[in-house]
Structures are given as structure tokens and as C-alpha cells.
Design a protein around this ligand. Structure first.
Ligand SMILES: *Cc1c(COP(=O)(O)O)cnc(C)c1O
Length: 452
């Protein structure tokens, strides 16, 4: 009899993170210094990050030990369950077998604490007293606030203005865990003041909030900066998801034909698929399909070029080779989800460029329709971000129904949507619309790409 949930014991939680860097078929392009255009050195990054994380960013090791203190906190919610979506399969009348790895049971409600805890640990170890960061919909800020509470570190969060006002509950979570949260653009930094002088009603963007948080960190000795996605060390920390899922799929005696997840900066989904893509790179699973799903309103992989760009609006961060909509991309304030970053993780970008992973963009209304179907079958109220992946899971399962193939589909379920009820309400009352990022805007953004 097949199970509904595959549970691991605490002792089966991974004790190492999996590093894809030495297993890549071609090396990752260098990160460049914004001033010199030369590859960055660990010392260049020292004002922003603790050395423990900087070394992980470039590490040639295949596996990196997870510190005991981090493991101890991971165990307050890990290992997470792998579920079989029997009720969704039945509703779709599909022969496909759908599994999902659910990260919504962490205290923050998503995968983000997997890296927040690790980042706070390395900062604490090196004596850092305060960390600045940005947050879009608020998941990252609340996860770092949680980690700040565990490690007694002061957290300052610059939250994208439009979300700050639309999503007060995430801010209250941050404040409950002891962090300070301000709307971006703010009066607390030069980048914020400059933007407010230009446009007092600026809704903000992740790129701008990053500028503010980076400026905050480099202008104070006691403060470091932290990023919740995109960077190699963040994806590394998330590989606990995929390592657990691999063991759980073995318990179920299956291997996925298709792995599907949503991408904002690429961390939750890479955390799931990296331990599996090793099998594809090494030729054991040449037919494995890996589908990254993004919103049509922020189509980074599906429409952006692969180019060097800044991670932020002001051009303070190192240059990353990635798919990008341009660092001055300001998303229209119509989309309910948090998948609105202009760039994409260099690792995910590189794998896409090499043809090892696929990408699809979905429309807002279709994602909500899929998310509601999931809620009415599996019961989980998914984060609007996760719904993007659910939409493509349903598409693939329906294709199986047509062809009669019983494919095994693995969904990366990144988190619950309990703090996103306003978006559900907007959908249920017919107030959400579709929005496609216009082609001209993509072209225009490219004019401002840094010349390398
Ligand atoms: C932040 C977030 C995402 C997107 O970020 P990634 O780095 O791409 O994972 C997706 N889902 C949820 C629930 C999130 O909180």
C-alpha cells in the first residue's frame, strides 16, 4: 500500500548542504566588481557578508557540513513531509502520480528560514550585531526576523512600499520577532531619499529596497547585509529540501520524470532540484525534466537576455551574469505574488543557458484558479508564488490524462498563503487581472545594462 505522506526521522535530516558548483558541466561565470569590472575577491565582499558565507559562495567542496547549532534549529521543523496528492490526482482524473515537498510548516511559513537561520548563525559567529535586508511581500523579512530572534541579532528590514501598506501582517510578524521594518523608499538612506525626491509616490521595488539595505550595511561597522535568494550560498542552504525529497522519493520507490517549482530569485526550487540535477548532469537520468515557473508579469527567464547586471537599482552590488529584466525594472503593482525580482540566481541562469532546465511563464488568473483547485483537493492554502508551479503541475497531469502516461511529477511547494488572504479575497471577488510585461519595456530596460 502506497503512503500519503513520507516522513523522515530527525536523524535522517541532512547534516551537509550539497554544493553544485564543482559538479557544473561548465564553470559558473565570474562575479564582477562594479568599479573595476574584474572578478570579485572574497575581500571585496567582506563589508557585506561574513567570511563563512563568502567562502561558501565560491566553494569547490561537494558537500559542506551544516553547523550543529543550525541543525538544532532546523530540527524545530525539519525534516518536512513529502506528500502524495491523491485527492488532486483524482479530481484531475489523471494517471500521473503527483508528489509535493511541503516547506510551509516552518515557523515563517516557507522555505526561507532554511537560509535565514544559517545566515544569522555565520554572522553571529563573526561578531555581527545587526543585519539589514530588503523584503518584497514580506516572507524574507519575517524569516530573517525569526532568525534574528533565535540568535539575538538586531534586524532592519526595508520592505517594498506597496507591500508594506498592502500586507501589514508580515510587518507585524517581523515586529513580533523583534525586527524593525520600514517602507522602501525610506528616508533612512540616500538611495531612498533620492527616489522620494524624484517620485514621492514611488511604489518601490525589490531592486530599490536592496540598494537601501546595502547602503545601510556598508555605512555602519556593526552591520552586515543579507540576501534571501539569488546568491550561491542561499541556494546551497536550500539543498536540505532536495536531499530530503530524494530520500523520500526512494521510500516511495519512484524517481520523478518532471520536477516543477516557482522561481522568484530561484532559491526554493533550486534547493529542491539541485540534488536531482546531479543525476542528469552525470548521465544517470538524461530525460529528467525540470521546469522553472515564473509570472508573465515578471518574465525573467522566458523574456530577459542573459547578461551581466547589478542586483540592485543603484548599481552598488557586484555584477552577476544572469537572465535579467534590467536593474531599474519596477514591476507594476498588480501582481499578488512575491516573484518580482528583476534578475535570477546565476546558478539557475547558467543551467537554463546550458539547456539543463526549462522555463514557463503563467498568468495571474490561471495561477489562482490552480491554487484554489489545490486548496479544495489537498486543503492547503498555498502562497500565491507557489500557485505558479501548481498551475504547471496541473497542466502536465492533464497532458498525462490525454496520453495515458503515468508520469511521476514532483512539485516544490514553497509555502502557505495564510498571510496572503487579501490576494485570495481579490481573486474570489473578481478583482484580479492578468498582466503581461510589455515587450517594449524589456527592450528599454536593456539600454541601461552595464557595459562589460
Ligand atoms: C520568497 C518566496 C518564493 C520565491 O523566492 P525563491 O528564492 O525563488 O524561492 C517562492 N515561494 C514562497 C512561498 C516564497 O516565500
Amino acid at each position: 500500500m502506497e503512503k500519503t505522506r513520507y516522513l523522515l526521522d530527525e536523524k535522517d535530516m541532512p547534516t551537509q548542504w550539497y554544493n553544485i558548483l564543482p559538479d557544473l558541466p561548465e564553470p559558473l561565470p565570474d562575479v564582477l566588481h562594479p568599479g573595476t569590472g574584474q572578478p570579485v575577491t572574497p575581500d571585496d565582499l567582506a563589508p557585506l557578508f561574513p567570511m563563512g558565507l563568502i567562502m561558501q559562495e565560491f566553494s569547490p567542496e561537494h558537500y559542506i557540513d551544516i553547523p550543529e547549532e543550525v541543525q538544532a534549529i532546523y530540527k524545530t521543523w525539519r525534516p518536512t513531509a513529502l506528500h502524495r496528492a491523491y485527492r488532486l490526482e483524482k479530481a484531475l482524473d489523471t494517471p500521473a502520480k503527483i508528489y509535493y515537498k511541503y516547506e510551509g510548516t516552518s515557523q515563517g511559513g516557507s522555505h526561507k528560514p532554511n537560509t535565514a537561520i544559517a545566515q544569522a548563525y555565520y554572522n553571529k559567529k563573526e561578531g555581527v550585531k545587526r543585519i539589514s535586508t530588503e523584503t518584497g511581500a514580506g516572507q524574507w523579512g519575517s524569516s530573517l526576523a525569526l532568525a534574528g530572534a533565535f540568535f539575538d541579532i538586531e534586524i532592519k528590514v526595508y520592505m517594498v512600499g506597496v507591500s508594506f501598506y498592502q500586507k501589514p501582517y508580515r510587518r507585524i510578524m517581523m515586529e513580533t520577532w523583534g525586527a524593525t521594518c520600514v517602507p522602501s523608499p525610506s528616508q533612512d538612506t540616500q538611495a531612498g531619499r533620492d527616489m522620494l525626491a524624484k517620485d514621492p509616490d514611488c511604489p518601490g521595488s525589490l531592486g530599490l529596497a536592496i540598494s537601501e539595505a546595502v547602503e545601510d550595511a556598508v555605512s555602519r561597522d556593526d552591520t552586515h547585509y543579507s540576501l534571501g535568494s539569488v546568491l550561491n550560498h542561499v541556494l546551497l542552504h536550500q539543498t536540505v529540501i532536495g536531499q530530503e525529497a530524494k530520500k523520500q522519493m526512494e521510500m516511495a520507490d519512484v524517481y520523478p520524470d518532471i520536477i516543477i517549482g516557482c522561481i522568484g530569485g530561484g532559491s526554493n526550487f533550486a534547493g529542491l532540484f539541485l540534488p536531482f540535477i546531479k543525476d542528469k548532469i552525470e548521465g544517470r537520468k538524461p530525460d529528467l525534466r525540470i521546469i522553472n515557473v515564473e509570472p508573465a508579469s515578471c518574465p525573467t527567464l522566458t523574456k530577459g537576455p542573459y547578461a551581466y547586471d547589478f542586483g540592485d537599482v543603484s548599481g552598488l552590488t557586484p555584477l552577476l551574469k544572469m537572465y535579467t529584466l534590467g536593474h531599474d525594472f519596477i514591476p507594476p503593482p498588480v501582481h499578488a505574488g512575491g516573484l518580482r525580482y528583476h534578475g535570477m540566481a546565476p546558478i539557475v541562469s547558467h543551467l537554463y543557458h546550458l539547456g539543463l532546465v526549462e522555463a514557463q511563464a503563467t498568468y495571474q488568473l490561471d495561477t489562482f484558479e490552480a491554487g484554489i483547485k489545490f486548496a479544495r483537493t489537498e486543503g492547503i492554502l498555498s502562497a500565491p508564488e507557489t500557485m505558479h508551479a501548481i498551475k504547471v503541475v496541473i497542466d502536465e497531469a492533464l497532458k498525462c490524462k490525454e496520453t495515458g502516461e503515468a508520469k511521476t511529477i514532483l512539485l516544490g511547494h514553497s509555502g502557505h498563503g495564510h498571510v496572503d488572504m487579501a490576494a485570495y479575497e481579490a481573486y474570489l471577488s473578481g478583482k484580479l487581472t492578468n498582466y503581461e510585461y510589455p515587450e517594449e519595456m524589456v527592450k528599454k530596460a536593456l539600454e541601461n545594462l552595464p557595459k562589460v
